[in-house]
Ligand binder design. Structure first.
Ligand SMILES: Cc1cc2nc3c(=O)[nH]c(=O)nc-3n(C[C@H](O)[C@H](O)[C@H](O)COP(=O)(O)O)c2cc1C
Length: 182
């Protein structure tokens, strides 16, 4: 298969995940790793499978990625899988973490899913993991979202490690699953 792994990443977290996916995709396929900013929507038709990655911005895919997916035509020939890094907690940890996730990152997967229902994209699945925020975003989170100092200390302790080795391994498993499905 011709596989494209493309990613929108300002501070490198999503790129780490893209590289892990590309490593797996390269094993038995012709895989191209490409920064999203060098990608044109017409190029997608050169591929059988596209892994499209984005940092989560403003609780959804980053605005340039949102604009890009709008341009994807109806019933394209390529299959699609999505991946995202986000700085809010994953929902599994506790009810509170699930609330944060719901508010600040859950829309990303729904945006990919909508491509299936609205544009008949053959959508194969989604991967997400946490990614350490840049200093300005860290400041925003502390000022607006996690204001309690104990909670903040806990958050910093967790987030600073991501994407970690486990995230990378999980991304590789995800890539294998998607490739098997195709
Ligand atoms: C402008 C901006 C807005 C962001 N908004 C969110 C958000 O709403 N929810 C979230 O979980 N993370 C948010 N983040 C944090 C990033 O999603 C997270 O740090 C991500 O791992 C960055 O990926 P990158 O290093 O590939 O750019 C935001 C980051 C930026 C720069």
């Amino acid at each position: 298969m011709e596989v494209l792994v493309t990613y929108y990443s300002q501070t490198g977290n999503t790129k780490i995940i893209a590289e892990a996916i590309h490593e797996i995709a390269s094993q038995n396929n012709d895989s191209t790793l490409k920064d999203f900013k060098d990608l044109k929507v017409e190029e997608l038709d050169n591929y059988d499978l596209v892994f499209l990655g984005s940092a989560c911005h403003h609780a959804d895919l980053a605005p340039p990625v949102l604009r890009f997916v709008e341009k994807i035509p109806e019933s394209p020939k390529f299959k699609l899988a999505g991946f995202v890094t986000h700085s809010t907690y994953t929902p599994e940890g506790s009810e509170r973490h699930a609330e944060f996730f719901e508010q600040w990152a859950s829309k990303c997967s729904k945006t990919y899913e909508k491509l299936q229902t609205e544009k008949s994209v053959d959508y194969k699945g989604y991967f997400r993991c946490m990614g350490v925020p840049s200093k300005p975003i860290e400041g925003f989170i502390h000022a607006q979202i996690i204001t309690d100092e104990d909670e903040w200390a806990e958050y910093l302790n967790v987030i600073v490690k991501h994407p970690n080795e486990i995230d990378v391994e999980n991304a590789k498993k995800f890539a294998k699953e998607i490739l098997d499905k195709c």
